[in-house]
Design a protein around this ligand. Structure first.
Ligand code: SF4
Length: 124
């Protein structure tokens, strides 16, 4: 039997509670330090399968701006963040771009779409 303690900072709200998760053979046994249930849920997910929203910018062709801020529509596994960033670097969106437009269907095989986070008008 192997016991392990992991220290995390909850990122679900600005309080940033320090949470300690006790794992026994890779299973969550105990969670302390969270002020609310969201912290316990965050900590349990974080130690078993950490995920993140990825935000970045993508190239725009023929737009009033050269780049548009983008983000993953759904969270992706933390270990895939670099691959997702590379996939975003390969995007060349044609202006006009509307907020919420899907610029890439499936980033790096994660199933997460890359969506525009603002409008970029076409150059007249
Ligand atoms: S545990 Fe609750 S109160 Fe503490 S940072 Fe997380 S969400 Fe905020």
């Amino acid at each position: 039997m192997s016991m392990e303690k992991r220290e995390l900072t909850c990122i679900r709200c600005p309080m940033g509670c320090q949470i300690t998760v006790t794992l026994e053979d890779g299973q969550v046994k105990d969670i302390t330090g969270n002020t609310c249930p969201r912290g316990a849920e965050y900590a349990a997910n974080e130690v078993t399968h950490p995920v993140r929203t990825v935000t970045s910018t993508a190239k725009v062709i023929g737009g009033e701006l050269a780049v548009v801020p983008v983000k993953t529509k759904t969270d992706v596994p933390k270990e895939m963040m670099m691959e997702v960033m590379k996939a975003i670097a390969g995007i060349e969106a044609k202006a006009p771009v509307k907020i919420g437009d899907v610029l890439l269907e499936d980033a790096a095989g994660t199933g997460a779409a890359i969506v525009a986070a603002r409008d970029v008008a076409a150059v007249q």
